[in-house]
Design a protein around this ligand. Structure first.
Ligand code: SF4
Length: 366
């Protein structure tokens, strides 16, 4: 059994690494909270899964747990032997963990931690799409509720989206795919695959949509992959603009810019690298950019901790780029979640069973 750090050891460690983020008295308070949280983790035989968008005082190594992006954490959720999973992220992530671990207790610190992408679509919307476009495989970004996942063929994360689409097209022997709900991720993946993309107007008669789509297919170059998209957006990443890229390059000549593919395609085209949070974090240490200043177009909490760890990372993110849902997680709500064993995530068994296959397919596609 790993020996837990004492409050004093945690404080000394925080003081060395994070004194630019909090005054000394606050570091002392946080050290006490972290020591308490770590004790609770052991007592309850729990594991904390921390999404890369958590604030530095949850992401730091002084708090027990496993960090990662959605895909990495979904994989970790299948490997744990803890009795309780405390998911520091948003609701769809905790639901994914529950779908994969029906016998375990899965907790989330706040039930208000939603997601604008997950809220943009329902299982009923997917059923309607499948009626309009029969026989076309449905790929859903993992940022969807279990109700939506239960209707799709395979899930994907930003880090394996193109691979999943290629897999689905091969399995279904088609050059078409329904990709939902993120409009920008769909456009970015379609661009990567030199594919055409079509956004159906769901407010008109489905027969009109079918006619319109058939026309589009007829007019496209034979064998070009065709995506059918949905108009969901991440309320954080949609705020980045191509103008932001130009301004940054002007102010920091030679800067290396990375962006999450939930950003608009006009932004992604202008940056040096686009990838999932896990891919961007790996990239920071790659030898080709170690002498450069590095900036990120993604949720700003991730930038904060990277700036503490790497001197070449620019903290150019603003508070408007903080996800209000991710921000529901803080040391107080996390401690309370384990103390009171709240808030428990449940998924009706029929939905869980139907949502499991698309998630497991996503995890299996490397
Ligand atoms: S950052 Fe965007 S995609 Fe991620 S949880 Fe927040 S709203 Fe959803």
């Amino acid at each position: 059994m790993t020996k837990l750090l004492t409050q004093e050891e945690i404080y000394n460690s925080l003081k060395t690494k994070y004194s630019q983020y909090s005054p000394d008295f606050e570091l002392q308070i946080k050290a006490g909270q972290m020591a308490k949280l770590n004790r609770l983790v052991k007592e309850k035989n729990a594991v904390i899964l921390k999404h890369n968008y958590m604030s530095w005082d949850l992401q730091c190594d002084e708090v027990l747990g496993i960090r990662g992006d959605s895909l990495e954490l979904s994989r970790k959720a299948t490997e744990t032997d803890a009795d309780t999973i405390l998911f520091l992220g948003v609701k769809f992530m905790a639901e994914t963990a529950k779908v994969l671990n029906p016998k375990k207790t899965v907790l989330i610190p706040s039930l208000k931690a939603g997601c604008s992408l997950a809220a943009s679509i329902t299982g009923a919307d997917v059923r309607k799409l499948k009626q309009i476009f029969p026989g076309i495989p449905v790929v859903a970004y993992v940022n969807t509720d279990a109700d939506t996942k239960s209707e799709v063929d395979v899930c994907c994360a930003s880090g394996n989206a193109a691979k999943v689409v290629r897999w689905a097209m091969k399995e279904w022997k088609t050059n078409k795919v329904i990709f939902l709900p993120d409009k920008f991720l769909a456009q970015n993946v379609a661009n990567e695959m030199n594919a055409d993309i079509y956004f159906p107007n769901m407010t008109v008669d489905p027969k009109e949509v079918q006619k319109d789509f058939a026309l589009r297919v007829n007019n496209s170059v034979p064998n070009t992959p065709i995506f059918i998209g949905w108009e969901g957006k991440c309320e954080v990443h949609e705020k980045f603009t191509p103008h932001d890229v130009d301004n940054l390059r002007h102010d920091f000549p030679g800067v290396y810019i990375m962006a999450h593919p939930e950003c608009p395609p006009e932004v992604v085209k202008k940056v040096d690298f686009a990838g999932s949070t896990g891919e961007m974090i790996k990239k920071v240490t790659s030898p080709d950019i170690q002498d450069k200043q590095v900036a990120f177009f993604t949720e700003c909490a991730m930038v904060e901790i990277l700036a503490a760890q790497h001197t070449n990372v620019l903290q150019v993110c603003s508070i408007q780029k903080r996800c209000p849902h991710m921000a529901q997680n803080n040391l107080e709500t996390v401690i309370e979640a384990l103390e009171k064993m709240q808030f428990e995530i449940t998924v009706p068994e029929d939905l869980r069973k139907s949502a499991e296959l698309p998630i497991r397919r996503m995890i299996a596609i490397k």
